[in-house]
Design a protein around this ligand. Structure first.
Ligand code: FAD
Length: 303
């Protein structure tokens, strides 16, 4: 199933991101989460792509198992890290031969310990080139990443947006955002993207907060902002993991409800291979259906 066919209907496109497991325990964990979240009937799931050699096959293994054994559409991520164009083609051939129909095309980050991005000799410098290869030679639906708070290494927000438009114009059908916690940032980003001519769906990527230290680490790595009032609420609960998770679920549920009520085309949940928080949030959203909320209370009669 091509994911680009799913946008534009009455229902938001809900999806889950997983990462490929490295150990038998991780594998059991992943497929338990997939089974638990499958009951929420996601439109599709996506599987990240690791930077290092052997982890690469794990993406395809997980995608294959999710499609064949769990009956869900699964999109494979692919990065340009450490690969020549021929190696990327070989990987894409494997994806195609395994029946993959949707690919998230990424540049990737420099390997740990290497500050600046240096393209591999014979490889690509930017995700746009990978999108061009995909569009020219493969039948996949192509998705790509975008950064409402600007990519951390971009020369400016304007340059970042221009590069994003070029990437989309090369053949991207929809975008998924980096995680963010302030909906005003997304609203502003979508407006700027539309102004510059980016017309594809821009799906918010939402990470439910379940652990204070972890979310600080993740946001520091990816350049997303934890607004001060949110951080204060988290720190007030730092010694009580259950309270953090409860608060994280409440916050993400309200965040998603507002985004959907404003017309966001769907939500991609960054699950970190854990089901409970995402399950609680999406279950509540599916009951309340905020995307249908065009209600306004009747005004009180004039006194
Ligand atoms: P690009 O679109 O290439 O942009 C990277 C930088 O280059 C930006 O600063 C951009 O402004 C600049 N740029 C683009 N084109 C040009 C140009 N022509 N000239 C000069 N500068 C230019 N990482 C993984 O390793 N595996 C994953 O599975 C993974 N999944 C992700 C999923 C999502 C939804 C997101 C948001 C990120 C994901 N990442 C993943 C992280 C991602 O690989 C990094 O954030 C990476 O640094 C940027 O990737 P990109 O595809 O956006 O790169």
């Amino acid at each position: 199933m091509r994911i680009d066919d799913l946008f534009g209907g009455d229902e938001p496109v809900f999806s889950f991101e997983f990462f490929p497991p490295k150990t038998p325990e991780g594998e059991a964990n992943l497929f338990r989460a997939v089974e638990e979240l499958r009951t929420l009937d996601p439109a599709y799931v996506s599987v990240t792509y690791g930077a290092g050699g052997s982890t690469r096959d794990r993406t395809l293994d997980a995608v294959r198992r999710i499609r064949e054994e769990h009956g869900l559409e699964a999109m494979a991520h692919l990065t340009c890290v450490g690969a020549t164009v021929d190696e990327l083609r070989a990987q894409l051939d494997r994806f195609r031969d395994a029946g993959v129909e949707n690919v998230l095309a990424l540049r990737g980050d420099p390997p740990a310990g290497q500050g600046d991005w240096v393209p591999t000799e014979g490889g690509f410098s930017h995700a746009r080139e990978l999108v061009e290869l995909l569009a020219a030679e493969y039948p996949f639906t192509i998705a790509a990443a975008c950064f409402p708070e600007t990519h951390p290494h971009a020369t400016s927000p304007e340059d970042d947006l221009r590069h994003l438009r070029d990437k989309v114009d090369a053949g991207v059908s929809f975008l998924i955002t980096q995680l963010f916690f302030d909906n005003a940032v997304y609203v502003d980003f979508v407006a700027r993207a539309r102004d510059i001519g980016i017309e594809v769906p821009i799906v918010p990527g939402i990470m439910p907060i379940t652990d204070v230290a972890q979310i600080k680490r993740v946001t520091e790595l990816c350049g997303a902002t934890l607004p001060d009032p949110l951080l204060s609420q988290l720190e007030a609960r730092a010694g009580d993991p259950e309270a953090v998770e409860d608060f994280g679920v409440a916050y993400a549920t309200l965040q998603c409800a507002e985004l959907l009520a404003m017309g966001a085309p769907g939500i991609q949940f960054y699950t970190l291979n854990r089901a409970p928080a995402t399950r609680a949030i999406l279950s509540a959203l599916k009951l309340m259906r905020p995307w249908e909320a065009e209600r306004s209370l009747a005004a009180a009669p004039a006194a």
